[in-house]
Design a binder for this molecule. Structure first.
Ligand code: HEC
Length: 166
């Protein structure tokens, strides 16, 4: 055997010794990451929270608890954070919805303008349902509830929209 062949053979042995365990570790780490990701909510679970917080916003604004309205909107948006990881393409559509279309609702909350808010909110319901249709969930049609989703909160506490801690 020439020196070159010996060197190449040894190199091959070293590489296989060196890389086999680390490849196994990588595969194991990847499997664990995949399992973690599979356990993180996609859209359906956070959307329940979106639905509830969305309903609450209206009642908070109606009774002048503007901070509660702003708070509900902030965490309505935040509830979809897991989808950044689990459904990045769909999350991008949500982000655009919240930052562009839903901005009208948020602006009216900040302005404590109930009439303007009410109009923007009604429009938002159509936009929510527009995305459901676009994503083949047209059978999920949001309607405005007659009472808030959460009745364990006092909606009549008077507050300013800027009272929500950062
Ligand atoms: C980016 C598109 C998109 C937007 C915008 C959107 N949704 Fe959804 N929503 C979905 C999808 C997709 C589902 C179905 C979830 C699934 O199966 O993955 C859903 C499901 C729901 C559900 C049913 C959840 C359940 O399983 O009980 C409710 C309630 C809901 N959305 C409310 C809203 C409200 C309220 C808004 C507006 C503030 C809104 N959605 C905006 C995409 C969207």
């Amino acid at each position: 055997m020439s020196k070159k062949v010996v060197a190449a053979t040894l190199l091959g042995v070293f590489l296989s010794i060196g890389s086999a365990p680390s490849m196994a570790a990588d595969a194991d780490t990847q499997a664990q990451l995949d399992a973690l990701k599979a356990a993180i909510p996609k859209f359906a679970i956070p959307m329940r929270e979106v639905g509830d917080r969305f309903q609450n916003i209206w009642f908070a604004a109606k009774d002048g608890n503007w901070a509660l309205a702003a708070y509900m909107s902030k965490y309505m948006n935040g509830s979809l954070n897991p989808a950044k990881l689990t459904k990045p393409d769909e999350y991008a559509i949500w982000k655009k919805f919240y930052e562009e279309k839903f901005a009208n609702v948020n602006d009216k909350i900040m302005a404590k303008d109930f009439e303007g808010f009410d109009a923007a909110y009604t429009k938002a319901i159509a936009d929510c349902n527009g995305c459901h249709k676009k994503m083949d969930y047209g059978f999920i049609k949001v309607v405005k509830m007659k009472t808030p989703a959460d009745i364990g909160i006092d909606y009549t506490v008077k507050s300013e929209p800027g009272d929500v801690p950062k």
